[in-house]
Design a protein around this ligand. Structure first.
Ligand SMILES: Nc1nc2c(ncn2[C@@H]2O[C@H](COP(=O)(O)OP(=O)(O)OP(=O)(O)O)[C@@H](O)[C@H]2O)c(=O)[nH]1
Ligand SMILES: [Zn+2]
Length: 202
C-alpha cells in the first residue's frame, strides 16, 4: 500500500468490526492452547476487542477536522507544546510504544493559530492507529503544515517500544527519538536549534 494512502483520511473505511475482533481474540487464545471458556478468560475477547477499538480510534476521525477551528492572533513567534504524553501501537507487533511528543510551529504572517489542546488531540489521533514512530511524527507535522500554513513546524517524538523491551532484542529502557521539520525549521539551522533547545528544556 502506498504511503500516500496512509496519509490521507479514508472516508470509505468501514467501522471497527467488534464481533470480528472478538472472534479473532478467541482464536488467539485457542492457538495459545488456552481455554477461552474458563472463568478468567470468558469475557476477555470482548474486553480486548473494546480495547483495540479504542486504541485504533484514530483511524475513524479526519485529522483535518481537529484543526478546523483556527483563529488569527497576530502572533508570529514560536508556539510550542512540550511533553504531550503519547501512547501508540507498533504496527509490526501490535505492542505499545509510548513516550512524549513535542509539537511547535511558527504561525504565518496572518498569525493563524489553533487551540493548544488541538495539538495534543492531533498527537492522540495519529497515535491511535497501527503505527511506526517515523510516520506518526511526520503525519503530525504534515497535518499542521496543511491546515495552518505556518512558517514552520517542528515535531519531536521520544518513545520506548515494548517490542524491543519485553521480547525480541530485549533492550528495555532504550528510547527512540524522531523528528519532522517543515518550512523555516528545515531551511534555517538557527531556528531549528532554538526550537530544539526549548524542547530539551534548556
Ligand atoms: N523504524 C521503525 N521500526 C520499528 C518501529 N516499531 C518497531 N520497529 C521494528 O520493526 C522491525 C520488524 O522487524 P522484523 O525482522 O520484521 O520482525 P522481528 O523478527 O519480530 O524483529 P525483532 O524485533 O528484531 O525480533 C523490528 O526491527 C522492530 O524494532 C518503528 O516505529 N519504527
Ligand atoms: Zn514492534
Amino acid at each position: 500500500m502506498e504511503q500516500d494512502h496512509l496519509d490521507r483520511f479514508d472516508v470509505s473505511r468501514p467501522e471497527f468490526d467488534h464481533d470480528r475482533a472478538q472472534a479473532a481474540i478467541r482464536e488467539l487464545l485457542l492457538a495459545a492452547g488456552e481455554d477461552p471458556d474458563r472463568e478468567g478468560l470468558v469475557e476477555t475477547p470482548e474486553r480486548v476487542a473494546r480495547a483495540y477499538q479504542e486504541l485504533f480510534a484514530g483511524l475513524y476521525t479526519d485529522p483535518d477536522e481537529v484543526l478546523d477551528r483556527t483563529f488569527d492572533e497576530s502572533h508570529e513567534e514560536l508556539v510550542l507544546v512540550r511533553d504531550i504524553p503519547m501512547y501508540s501501537s507498533c504496527e509490526h507487533h501490535l505492542l505499545p510504544f509510548h513516550g512524549m511528543a513535542h509539537v511547535g510551529y511558527i504561525p504565518n504572517d496572518q498569525g493563524r493559530v489553533t487551540g493548544l489542546s488541538k495539538l495534543a488531540r492531533l498527537v492522540d489521533l495519529y497515535a491511535k492507529r497501527p503505527q511506526v514512530q517515523e510516520r506518526l511524527t511526520s503525519q503530525i507535522a504534515d497535518a499542521l503544515a496543511r491546515k495552518l500554513e505556518p512558517r514552520g513546524v517542528i515535531v519531536v517524538v521520544e518513545a520506548e517500544h515494548l517490542c524491543m523491551g519485553m521480547r525480541g532484542v530485549r533492550k528495555a529502557g532504550s528510547t527512540t527519538t524522531t523528528s519532522a521539520v517543515r518550512g523555516i525549521f528545515r531551511s534555517s539551522a538557527s531556528s531549528r536549534s532554538e526550537a530544539l533547545s526549548l524542547i530539551r528544556g534548556r
